[in-house]
Design a binder for this molecule. Sequence first.
Ligand SMILES: [Zn+2]
Length: 213
Amino acid sequence: MEIRKMPVSPIGANCYIVSEADEAFIIDPGGDAEKIIREVGNRKVRYILLTHSHFDHISGLNDIAKAFPDAKTAINIYEHDWLYSPQLNLSEDFGLTFVFTGKVDLKLENGMQLDFAGTKINLIHTPGHTPGSTCFYIEKSDICENNLLFSGDTLFRSSIGRTDFPGGDGRKIIDSIKIKLLVLPDETVVYPGHDENTSIAMEKKFNPFLKRI
Ligand SMILES: [Zn+2]
């Protein structure tokens, strides 16, 4: 499995293109749609997965959904409506007024699994940064040499997501990380929504926000 990480406009959120042979899925098309489309090339895009609906993770969604009409757009059930609300997705605050012009195909809930290239994408609902924040976890297998966690704005290298936006909850984000993420295998590689990769082991050891756990 190949993972391409692309920090995209407007504020450098990480978009990921995950591919296996001629299939792919895209996580958080936050902007720079043309660049993402070029990177995908001829692969068949199965899913457009959103870790949450803040504007910096979804601003390229309209162009990407149009470019890959067979791909299923997926977001947590709690944030479906946020895609259509510039107030809730915060785009209004940044003068972008983003509204999704397409439709959501999959409303995600904790524990759901999506099939991809003979493996499973596991959905972990991690409320705290936003009510519908969702992480995507793939276990290692013949086609995937590590356990992979795409953690959105829930868990960062040596940090955690902000909880001062609408719907944020400082207690819930700690609970989500403690109960649902730190229980994953230590060697799991973490691909966050901003900045550098990390691992579950590194965050258990060094993350100052998790010291109290
Ligand atoms: Zn966010």
